[in-house]
Design a protein around this ligand. Structure first.
Ligand SMILES: [Zn+2]
Length: 420
């Protein structure tokens, strides 16, 4: 299993290293350089060149046969959530909201963060559904070095019009969605909700715009964006399409999440406004597991997803890779589910180099960390992964990442010959 081959020591210190990279991929510029060496000092990339020599005391890492690239990102994760599969007892919402404590969510988040890191994911944006701010605790634990994990943004509670994303709760049950959502029905309430999230440690703001028959107005969206941007946070919005999506795009958000029903006209509007699409396309298998018990036709959903992805690509909409993969399964890790979704992009006919760009530099850009991560370049953090096969030929090569360095620390090395 994954944990067996991983070296996961949160306390291990970054050691200066010289990595010999056989094929060095730069997804941002869509170039591959052969036989490059990367000098890593104090967790950062100090230099890249053809004939770099290892200074005394520096560890040499041989990846001469490998494809070396920047760490991957998932811009739409829920690492503290196990969205119950069709086999779960009770309804999905009961399983999710009633049976899982915030403590359980926190522990799950730490477990998933570690598993994602050793699979090659060095950046994630967690977009809510974390009970009482379990996501904040996971992020802080990683930042303190208590546990290994990716660089992370977290959204805290999702801000919605009255009712969260659970329409139809019986009146006598009360507002049981409040452990994951903040009701906000006016611009002022939205501003207050943004502030409350920031207070409790959110580092990105998430809205869900169209989970009920009513939705946010453009003015209300603008209030969220204004309040968040003034505090230095970006805004991600769950929305499928229609008038709600128009309000979200015109309101100036940073990313549309899902957007399954975006028309060509709305895609054009996103292109004009520079809005990111985080498409959360699912493999047919994942869609079946996720929606199989809530009445959606997984096959139709998958096919519509592929078609929408092609349209967005043709329209030149900015895209960052994000999956919504939220299941903890016994026979497949969450990282495997994520990487299957990358294959869905390939199935839609998008070129691997474009997919890699969306998985690296574009996620870093959307997360606001592009100046420090998302590429292998001097001055940036040493977040470096390697594969045996060429991911530019087949994106599925990413399913066999065999080397992961995060901030200069080797957190996985299942192939390299290391000499001192
Ligand atoms: Zn989601």
């Amino acid at each position: 299993m994954l944990w067996g081959v991983a070296v996961l020591a949160a306390t291990c210190v970054a050691q200066d290293a010289l990595i010999h990279a056989g094929h060095l991929i730069d997804p941002g510029s869509n170039t591959v350089a052969q036989h490059q060496s990367i000098l890593v000092r104090a967790g950062k990339i100090a230099a890249i060149g053809e004939n770099l020599r290892a200074p005394a005391g520096v560890q040499v890492i041989e990846l001469s046969d490998s494809w070396v690239l920047p760490g991957l990102g998932d811009a739409h994760q829920h690492i503290t959530m196990d969205f119950p599969s069709a086999s779960a007892k009770g309804s999905v919402w009961e399983g999710l909201r009633l049976n899982q404590s915030t403590a359980e969510r926190t522990l799950r988040g730490i477990r998933n963060a570690g598993a994602l890191l050793v699979a090659g994911f060095t950046m994630i944006r967690d977009v809510g559904n974390a009970a009482e701010y379990a996501d904040t605790e996971v992020r802080r634990a990683i930042e303190r070095g208590w546990f290994p994990g990716p660089t992370m943004l977290n959204a805290g509670k999702i801000i919605t019009p009255f009712g969260g994303q659970d329409p139809g709760t019986a009146p006598e049950r009360g507002r049981w969605w409040h452990d994951e959502y903040i009701d906000a029905d006016t611009a002022e309430q939205i501003r207050a909700a943004v502030r409350r999230n920031i207070y409790y440690g959110a580092t990105v703001i998430k809205l869900a715009a169209d989970s009920n028959a009513y939705h946010f107005s453009e003015e209300q969206v603008r209030a969220a964006v204004d309040e968040a941007h003034r505090a230095g946070l970006t805004v991600a919005v769950h929305v499928y399409g229609g008038e709600a999506a128009r309000n979200v795009i015109l309101g100036g958000v940073d990313s549309v999440e899902h957007g399954y029903e975006l028309t060509d006209e709305l895609l054009d509007l996103m292109k004009q406004k520079g809005t990111y699409m985080v498409a959360t396309e699912m493999s047919a298998q994942n869609a079946m597991m996720l929606f199989g018990d809530i009445g959606m036709d997984a096959k139709t959903f998958h096919e519509r997803s592929l078609q929408r992805l092609q349209r967005a690509y043709r329209h030149g909409v900015k895209m960052a890779f994000g999956t919504d993969a939220s299941l903890d399964l016994t026979d497949s890790t969450r990282a495997n589910q994520i990487l299957q979704q990358a294959e869905t992009w390939q199935e839609a006919g998008l070129p691997p180099q474009f997919i890699l760009k969306c998985m690296t530099v574009n996620v870093a850009d959307l997360m606001g960390v592009r100046k420090s991560r998302g590429a292998i370049r001097a001055g940036l953090a040493a977040d470096i992964i390697a594969t045996a096969a060429n991911p530019l030929e087949n994106i599925a090569a990413l399913q066999k990442v065999n080397f992961v360095m995060k901030d200069g620390k080797v957190v996985r090395d299942s192939r390299a010959t290391v000499r001192h």
